[in-house]
Write a protein that binds this ligand. Structure first.
Ligand code: GLA
Length: 722
C-alpha cells in the first residue's frame, strides 16, 4: 500500500521516496517530509520556535510558538497570519479576504484520479489516490487536496479542488495547484528560460531570501519560461545528490514562486498565474486546479529525469502513437516556405520516399489566401488554385509513393485579412474600442466561446475526413494580449485566461478522440508551449524553430530534464542554417536530430547524390536505433551549456548509443575522455564493433573521443554487450 495512515500521520510511499503530512492539534494539515524513505514519523523534526511578529491563530491561545507564518503546511491560505506566499486566496462576499483551512477527513481510492476538463497523469491498477478534505468552518469553503501515486516511477501528483459550500458567492484570487514547504536544507533552484528559437536554457541559482519566480503571463506556457522547476541541494549534479522536480501540466499563464523565508524554510507555490486571475464560485460550484507532477531523486538529475521521462512517456502521452513507432517525416517549411504547389510537394515526397522517409508534412500556406504570414488564418478551406489539385488528390499522390501525409494547422488564430474575420470580427480577442495588439500580424481566436470551437472542430474534421491525413502539426504563433470576451461578464473577465486554456483542451480532446489514428504534433513558434499539458494530447512537440545543430544541443539539453526524447520534434535542415547562418556537416545535423522524433526539413531535391545517399543511411540508422532512442534510458554525459562538448547516451537491453558534438577544434588537442553511464559494471562491451571493455572501465575510467576535425564535430559510439 503506497498510502498509509497512522493516527494523524499520512505517508505516501513510492519505491524510493516518502511524502509525509500530519494533522496537528489545531487541525492544520502540516507538511512533514518529502525525500528518501525513512520508515519513520518525521514529526520529531518539527520545531516550535517563537518568532516575534509571526502571529498565532486565536485557538492557539498563549502558545506563541504556534504560527502559520512558520509552520510547514500542505496548502497555505490567505488571512491566517501566514505572510509568506500562499496557495489559496479567497475574497468573501463581505469583502474580507481569508480562508482558514482545517482538517475534515480523508479517503483513499484505488487508481489515479482524473480532472474534469484538464489533462492529468493517468494510470491503471498500479496507482492510488489520497484525498484530504479541508474546510473553513465559518464560510464552508472546502478544499480537496488530491495526491496520486505512481510508485514504480517515484512519482506523486498533486491537484486541488476548491468548492464553495457556503450560501453566497466567493471569488478565488489565487488557487494554486500545490504548496510544497521544505523545512530544512540549502537549495539551488533550476529553471528553464529562453526566447523564441532559444527555448529552455538551463539556469541554476542559489535561493535568496525573499521570493523568486518563474512564470508566464502570455496565455501560453511560453518560450520565455517553462512550467517546470528543480530544487536541488548545493552539491547535486547529474549523478549524486537530492533534488525535487515539479512539472505543471498546464499550457497557459502559470506561476512558480519560491520563497526562502525568515527562518530559512523554503516554500514552492505552483499553479495558474494569479496575476489577472479571478474565478467566481457560486454556491456548490467547484474549481479544479491543474496538476503538478512531482518527483524526488537522491541520485541526482539523471534519476530525476528518468522518473519524469517514464511518467510522461507512459502516463501522460496517449493514443495510438504513445507506443507505436513515430514516422520519420519530411516537412516542406524550410524547403519552400509559402512558395509551393502540389507538384513541388509531390517532388519532395518522391525523393524522400526513395530515401526511406515515411511521411510528408505540408506546412503553412495550403489554405485560404495565405502566401505570406499576413493573411488567411482562420479560413481552413483548401486553396486548390495554389495546389493545382484538391487536398485529397494530393494526399493520394503522396500515399501512392508509399508515404503518409500530414498537415499544418494553426487553429487558434485569425488574420485580420481573412474571410473569417470579415464575418466574425467578434471572434478575435481584443479589447472593446482598442486596436488589437498583434503578434506576427495575427490575432487569437476567443477559444472560450463554444461557437468558435464548434467552427474549428467542423473545419478541421471535414478536412481530416476528406483527405488521407495521418498527422497534424498544431501550431500557435502568438502571445495573447487584450483579454476580453463579449461572452464573459465584465466582473468575471479574470476567468478568461484559464477558460481559454480549457477551450483549447476541449477542442484537442474532441479531435484526438474522434481521430485516434492521427498523430498530433504540438508547436508554438517552435517550443513555446512545450509542456506536460500539451503532451497529453500531442505525444510530440516541435522543440524549436531553431534547427541549427549547435544551438539545438543546448535547447535539447534543457528540454531533456523533464521531457523524454520521443516527445522532442527534431529535424535535419539545410546549411547555411536559416536561423543562424551556421554550417555544420550533414553527419552532425543527423546525430543531433536523432535525439528526438526525427525528420527532415530542407529541399531534398537540391542535395547532391552523395548527400541523398547519406540521408538514406541516416534514416536506416535511425530506424535501427529508434527503439533504443525513444524507449531507452537517456543520460546527459556533459553539461551542454558549459562544457566543450554536448554528449548524451541511450541505454537499453545491453546496448548503448552515445551521440553528440564537440563544439570547436584546435590544434594539438588531447582526446576528450567521456565516462559512460547505465552499463553493467561486470559485463563486457565493444565499441563501434571493436575492443573489449568492462562496463566498469567505461563508466569509471571512460572512453577517449576522436580528436575533432572541424567545428561542430559529430560523435557517435555504438556500445554493445559481448
Ligand atoms: C511556426 C512554426 C514553424 C512553421 C511556421 C509556419 O513558426 O514553428 O515550424 O510551421 O510557423 O508559419
Amino acid at each position: 500500500m503506497p498510502i498509509n495512515v497512522n493516527e494523524n500521520v499520512f505517508s505516501i510511499e513510492t519505491e524510493n521516496t516518502m511524502y509525509q503530512m500530519c494533522i496537528d492539534e489545531l487541525g492544520v494539515l502540516r507538511h512533514l517530509w518529502y525525500g528518501k524513505k525513512t520508515g519513520n514519523d518525521m514529526g520529531y523534526l518539527l520545531d516550535y520556535p517563537y518568532i516575534c511578529f509571526s502571529p498565532s491563530p486565536y485557538d492557539a491561545g498563549n502558545n506563541r510558538g504556534y504560527s502559520l507564518d512558520t509552520i510547514p503546511q500542505e496548502y497555505s491560505a490567505v488571512g491566517t497570519g501566514d505572510f509568506r506566499i500562499t496557495a489559496l486566496s479567497v475574497l468573501n462576499t463581505d469583502g474580507s479576504e481569508a480562508v482558514d483551512l482545517r482538517y475534515n477527513g480523508y479517503k483513499i481510492c484505488k487508481g489515479k484520479y482524473s480532472i474534469p476538463g484538464l489533462p492529468a497523469v493517468y494510470a491503471e491498477d498500479d496507482s492510488e489516490t489520497l484525498e484530504i478534505y479541508l474546510v473553513d468552518k465559518l464560510t464552508n469553503v472546502q478544499v480537496v487536496l488530491k495526491y496520486g501515486v505512481i510508485s514504480k516511477y517515484d512519482i506523486i501528483t498533486r491537484s486541488a479542488v476548491i468548492c464553495n459550500g457556503g450560501e453566497s458567492s466567493i471569488t478565488l484570487k489565487n488557487a494554486a495547484s500545490m504548496c510544497l514547504d521544505i523545512p530544512y536544507g540549502q537549495w539551488d533552484w533550476i529553471h528553464f528560460h529562453g526566447r523564441h528559437a532559444m527555448e529552455r536554457m538551463v539556469e541554476r541559482r542559489p535561493l535568496f531570501h525573499g521570493i523568486q519566480e518563474s512564470s508566464s503571463k502570455r496565455g501560453t506556457s511560453s518560450h520565455q519560461q517553462n512550467p517546470a522547476v528543480i530544487l536541488c541541494d548545493k552539491n547535486c549534479n547529474e549523478d549524486y545528490g537530492d533534488c525535487i522536480g515539479a512539472a505543471l501540466m498546464y499550457s497557459g499563464s502559470f506561476g512558480i514562486k519560491i520563497e526562502l523565508d525568515q527562518v530559512n524554510q523554503t516554500r514552492v507555490i505552483m499553479g495558474i498565474n494569479s496575476d489577472n486571475f479571478s474565478w467566481t464560485l457560486n454556491k456548490n460550484e467547484e474549481f479544479y486546479t491543474p496538476e503538478v507532477i512531482l518527483s524526488f531523486s537522491d541520485g541526482g538529475f539523471s534519476k530525476l529525469s528518468h522518473n519524469f521521462h517514464n511518467v510522461i512517456r507512459n502516463n501522460v502521452c496517449r493514443g495510438n502513437y504513445k507506443t507505436c513507432e513515430r514516422p520519420v517525416l519530411i516537412n516542406n517549411w524550410e524547403a519552400t516556405y509559402f512558395d509551393f504547389d502540389g507538384d513541388k510537394i509531390e517532388k519532395i515526397a518522391k525523393t524522400a520516399a526513395q530515401l526511406g522517409i515515411d511521411m510528408l508534412v505540408l506546412d503553412d500556406g495550403w489554405f485560404g489566401k495565405r502566401n505570406d504570414d499576413t493573411s488567411g488564418l482562420g479560413d481552413w478551406v483548401v486553396n486548390e488554385d495554389k495546389l493545382k489539385c484538391s487536398l485529397s488528390q494530393l494526399s493520394k499522390r503522396i500515399s501512392n509513393l508509399g508515404m503518409k501525409f500530414g498537415l499544418w494547422f494553426e487553429p487558434e488564430m485569425i488574420s485580420e485579412d481573412s474571410d473569417l474575420y470579415r464575418t466574425h470580427p467578434e471572434w478575435a480577442i481584443k479589447m472593446p474600442g482598442r486596436n488589437p495588439v498583434q503578434c506576427r500580424s495575427q490575432m487569437v481566436l476567443d477559444m472560450t466561446r463554444s461557437d468558435v470551437r464548434h467552427y474549428l472542430y467542423n473545419s478541421i474534421s471535414s478536412i481530416l475526413k476528406d483527405a488521407d491525413i495521418s498527422y497534424i502539426k498544431w501550431d500557435m504563433n502568438s502571445s495573447i494580449n487584450g483579454w476580453y470576451s463579449e461572452k464573459i461578464p465584465s466582473d468575471r473577465m479574470g476567468e478568461m485566461q484559464h477558460r481559454y486554456v480549457l477551450g483549447v483542451y476541449d477542442l484537442l480532446e474532441r479531435l484526438t478522440h474522434d481521430f485516434p489514428n492521427v498523430l498530433f504534433e504540438g508547436c508554438s513558434g517552435g517550443g513555446g508551449r512545450f509542456d506536460a499539458g500539451m503532451l497529453y494530447y500531442c505525444p510530440q512537440f516541435w522543440c524549436s524553430d531553431n534547427t541549427d545543430s549547435f544551438d539545438r544541443t543546448k535547447i535539447q539539453y534543457g528540454t531533456s530534464f523533464f521531457y523524454p526524447v520521443s516527445t522532442v520534434g527534431s529535424h535535419v535542415s539545410a546549411v547555411p542554417n536559416h536561423q543562424t547562418g551556421r554550417i555544420s556537416s550533414l553527419n552532425t545535423r543527423g546525430i543531433v536530430s536523432m535525439a528526438g522524433s526525427f525528420g527532415y526539413e530542407l529541399d531534398i531535391n537540391s542535395l547532391s547524390d552523395d548527400e541523398q545517399n547519406k540521408i538514406k543511411e541516416q534514416v536506416i540508422k535511425f530506424k535501427k536505433n529508434r527503439d533504443l532512442i525513444h524507449n531507452g534510458k537517456y543520460y546527459r554525459l556533459s553539461n551542454a551549456t558549459e562544457d566543450d562538448f554536448a554528449l548524451w547516451e541511450f541505454v537499453k537491453d545491453g546496448k548503448a548509443l552515445v551521440q553528440g558534438m564537440i563544439f570547436n577544434t584546435e590544434p594539438n588537442l588531447i582526446h576528450y575522455c567521456v565516462k559512460l553511464k547505465g552499463l553493467d559494471a561486470n559485463k563486457k562491451y565493444k565499441i563501434n564493433s571493436n575492443g573489449c571493455y568492462t562496463g566498469a572501465a567505461l563508466m569509471y575510467g571512460g572512453f577517449l573521443l576522436d580528436i575533432p576535425r572541424g567545428d561542430y564535430y559529430g560523435v557517435e559510439l555504438y556500445v554493445e554487450e559481448i
